[in-house]
Design a protein around this ligand. Structure first.
Ligand SMILES: [Zn+2]
Length: 71
């Protein structure tokens, strides 16, 4: 067989996890790091509500700044 090797686990690929921020009526989710709310392209990235699961650096930065602002 030739061709690209298949991924054995499609859920542990390189997609980054954004922090979910806004939802619209279609169920589309916008990320915290987007300056203007727009739907996350789920082909290239995913979203989560779990802080520990966020891997998007920009979202993490926004979250860290929010933490600082609270103090
Ligand atoms: Zn993000």
């Amino acid at each position: 067989m030739t061709g690209k090797p298949l991924k054995d686990d499609p859920y542990h690929d390189d997609k980054k996890y954004h922090m979910a921020d806004k939802w619209n009526l279609d169920g589309k989710v916008s990320a915290l790091c987007f300056k203007k709310p727009r739907a996350i392209n789920l082909k290239v990235a995913l979203w989560t509500l779990c802080l520990e699961a966020v891997t998007c650096e920009k979202c993490l930065r926004v979250l860290a700044e929010r933490e600082k602002a609270k103090q």
